[in-house]
Design a protein around this ligand. Structure first.
Ligand code: AMP
Length: 177
């Protein structure tokens, strides 16, 4: 595909839904990007920038929209894909990590055999907000002995400063609000 969509075209295609799922939240809806073959392809190409083939062993995607982007990136790189899921969804033995939400807490899990010690990992999710989810995923990867080479988001809500919680990892986002 020759005519790759620019980041500003991708930004214009993301739908902002006020007060979803609750009052005060500006929900960034990426389904219009997914539904358009050129925009979806362009998003994956932008996510792949600076990541040469052969430089990562596995992509780790975060439940649930991180699976969509992460799996497409993995396929392009010829890398494996590993899901980090909400607690209770994975069928085998898991490591779990809890993190605080605005109200209450949540827990993510990964299979104990999903990543071998020393494997090179790229973590992918659709959106970085407070950083709690990605920080919990990184803690799981650290327990597995993974070598995280980078973290990629399609969207970053920079005003929430979620990056602060992701330590020294190389974090890049395509679109920043
Ligand atoms: P956080 O742990 O606060 O960084 O939240 C990140 C996760 O929540 C991501 O997996 C997103 O899919 C989702 N999320 C948080 N805020 C939004 C938002 N405003 N629009 C869409 N998804 C969001």
């Amino acid at each position: 595909m020759t005519n790759i969509a620019s980041l500003s075209e991708l930004e214009q295609s993301i739908r902002n839904v006020p007060d979803f799922p609750k009052p005060g939240i500006q929900f960034k809806d990426i389904t219009p990007v997914l539904a358009d073959g050129r925009l979806f392809d362009s998003t994956i190409r932008h996510l792949l920038e600076g990541i040469p083939a052969g430089s990562v062993d596995k992509i780790v995607g975060i439940d649930a929209r991180g699976f969509i982007f992460g799996a497409a990136v993995a396929h392009r790189l010829g890398a494996g894909f590993v899901p980090v899921r909400k607690k209770g969804k994975l069928p085998w033995q898991t490591h779990e990590q809890s993190y605080e939400l605005e109200y209450g807490s949540s827990t993510v899990a990964v299979h104990t055999d999903a990543v071998a010690s020393g494997e090179r990992i790229l973590l992918v999710d659709d959106l970085l907000a407070t950083g709690g989810t990605a920080a919990a995923a990184l803690q799981l990867l650290s327990r597995l002995g993974a070598r995280v080479v980078g973290v990629r988001f399609v969207i970053e809500l920079a005003f929430l400063d979620g990056r602060r919680r992701l330590g020294d990892y190389e974090v890049k986002s395509l679109i920043t609000y």
